[in-house]
Design a protein around this ligand. Structure first.
Ligand code: ADP
Ligand code: MG
Length: 561
């Protein structure tokens, strides 16, 4: 070309490519899913931008992705008439990976090929999967609305360098051509390609076409649609099979595994919208990142608008994936409009309600699935009572904890279980927070509770302090920390000693020793008291009723407060 440049990949891109090729070989056919998915994204983007600039259609409104193959040249190609890329777009999007995802992806590779393949989509490095089967990849593209002379050709063997050329390209959109590696001839077969498309891309709401098979092979004057090509969520529930739901999940969530469960609901009334929400089986890698890549996809009357992780669901449900399709929002809706729209507010409340409904029924009817759910997303759900006060009681009902009743750190005890086991006369739900489960379980504060047979919740997730600051009661029973203030357990359990009297006697016995201890610890403790709480430890630290708990104090200190 007249303006060819050779560029080097960022070091991390080379490393990524190397890893990708060697670690994903057993799932190599996913390259087609990733390239088709990029074509579908490009079509979505064009449809969206054309709302405000009709010229971008350039007279061609029939969006599609075309998959073709050439046994002689040993190439497979995936072409779309979507938004396309300018030279700068190409450099930015596929020449470098400026994205933080790359490094994280490399770090997360486990060697389990199925699991690693799942990561590709999540990290936004899908394009590079082309190099699993190709030793040379050519991208030709032209951005919609730019003149034909603004076409660009990118080419690389995936070994560390790529070239860029200016080309003339009449059609808008992108064509990716894969020059297959030796031994990858299976992808030159019509049947094989159709099968992969149906397996991975059936539910994409965009036609994916291949040349029609005539008596003498493929006829490139006639193309036919290979996938279902209707937006899955718009179809009636009873016409959608389980496998279709699962397939669509893998597409929207970029997940390799099946979802745990899903919710498909059409809401009609004052507002009209459709929800297709999925709960994953496994937490995504960026669950704790402030900058999440994925969220719910918002469509307005089937036009993709944006992918959002903030407006459509509260933060504590950020692991939910899927689609919201609204009939009431304007097509030119922006993030700012979304933020203040009553429609969004009401969709959000509806979505939360349905997710909580499903979690409650799962907890009741499918305890094993619920346990899986809780083990992955429990710590996130614990952010809920602080964020969503309207649903505090429902959220509390969904919580699971470790406790002195059970063995081990596993969080399996519900507040309902706890209340069922409360001995007559118990007025509070007792808990302790600590840095680790072991520290909580070994706390001397628990001794008297153990002796009396009173269960104590053992809280050791980082988020538990935050949770307990917002969760003050459940079914009107207050939560009480066993490490704070004076706790009166008299009348509980089977030993009927008079605690008030016992305490007074103990205080007297402590007498002089107490005063001396107080002197030694002057300025460090508020006082030394005799306690009925301890049965085997000689002493323990107790926080004032209104003071910060020891654990919170430790956390604040660690945070430099
Ligand atoms: P992701 O799709 O998750 O962003 P990919 O590695 O699959 O990650 O693609 C990287 C980027 O390259 C895309 O975000 C997009 O900007 C650009 N891109 C890839 N394929 C196309 C295409 N067919 N049309 C337009 N842009 C594309
Ligand atoms: Mg992609």
């Amino acid at each position: 070309g007249e303006h060819q440049e050779t560029h080097s990949f960022q070091a991390e891109v080379s490393q990524l490519l190397h890893l990708m090729i060697h670690s994903l070989y057993s799932s190599k056919e996913i390259f087609l899913r990733e390239l088709i998915s990029n074509g579908a994204d490009a079509a979505d983007k064009l449809r969206f931008e054309a709302i405000s600039d009709e010229a971008l259609w350039e007279g061609d409104e029939e969006l599609c992705v075309e998959v073709d193959y050439d046994p002689e040249a040993r190439t497979v190609s995936v072409a779309d008439n979507g938004i396309g890329m300018s030279r700068d777009d190409v450099v930015e999007n596929i020449g470098t990976i400026a994205r933080s995802g790359t490094r994280a992806f490399v770090d997360q590779l486990t060697g389990d090929q199925a699991r690693d393949a799942e990561l590709i989509g999540q990290f936004g490095v899908g394009f590079y999967s082309a190099f699993i089967v190709a030793d040379r990849v050519t991208v030709e593209s032209r951005r919609a609305g730019m003149g034909a002379e603004h076409g660009v050709r990118w080419e690389s063997d995936g070994e560390g360098e790529y070239t860029l050329d200016n080309i003339t390209r009449l059609e808008r959109g992108t064509r990716i051509t894969l020059h297959l590696r030796e031994g990858e001839d299976e992808f030159l077969e019509d049947m094989r390609l159709r099968h992969i498309i149906r397996t991975w891309s059936d539910h994409i709401g965009l036609p994916i076409r291949m040349p029609k098979q005539g008596e003498e092979g493929p006829d490139r004057n006639e193309w036919e649609t290979v996938n279902q090509a209707s937006a899955l969520w718009t179809r009636p529930r009873n016409e959608i099979g389980e496998e279709e739901y699962k397939g669509f999940y893998k597409h929207v969530a970029h997940d390799f595994e099946d979802p745990l469960t899903w919710i498909h609901a059409r809401v009609e009334g004052k507002l009209e919208y459709t929800l297709l929400l999925y709960l994953p089986q496994r937490a995504p890698f960026d669950l704790w990142d402030r900058e999440q890549r994925h969220g719910l996809k918002l469509y307005v009357r089937r036009v993709f608008i944006l992918e959002d992780s903030e407006q459509l669901l509260p933060h504590y449900l950020r692991f939910v994936r899927g689609v919201v399709d609204s009939a009431d929002l304007p097509l030119n809706v922006s993030r700012e409009i979304l933020q203040s729209s009553k429609v969004t507010e009401s969709i959000r409340a509806g979505a939360v309600k349905r997710v909580l409904d499903r979690l409650e029924s799962m907890a009741k009817d499918e305890p094993e699935n619920y346990a899986t759910f809780w083990s992955q997303f429990g710590p996130v759900m614990k952010e809920g009572p602080g964020e969503d006060t309207a649903n505090k009681e429902r959220l509390a009902g969904l919580m699971r904890f470790a406790s002195t009743h059970g063995e081990g750190a596993e969080q399996t005890v519900s507040l309902e279980d706890y209340i069922q086991r409360m001995p007559e006369g118990q007025q509070s739900i007792y808990y302790i927070t600590a840095e680790s489960h072991a520290a909580a379980a070994a706390s001397p504060h628990l001794e008297v509770f153990r002796k009396k047979g009173v269960e104590v919740l053992l809280l050791s997730d980082r988020v538990d302090e935050w949770l307990m600051a917002h969760l003050t009661e459940y079914k009107e029973i207050p939560f009480v920390s066993v490490a704070k203030g004076d706790i009166d357990l008299s009348g509980l359990g089977d030993d009927d000693t008079d605690e008030a009297q016992e305490k007074e006697e103990a205080q007297q016995r402590l007498g002089e020793v107490g005063e001396r201890v107080e002197k030694v610890l002057e300025g460090q403790v508020k006082g030394v008291r005799a306690s009925h709480r301890l049965t085997t430890s000689p002493a323990c630290l107790v926080a004032d009723e209104n003071a910060l708990s020891a654990n919170l104090e430790r956390m604040l200190k660690a945070a430099g407060q």
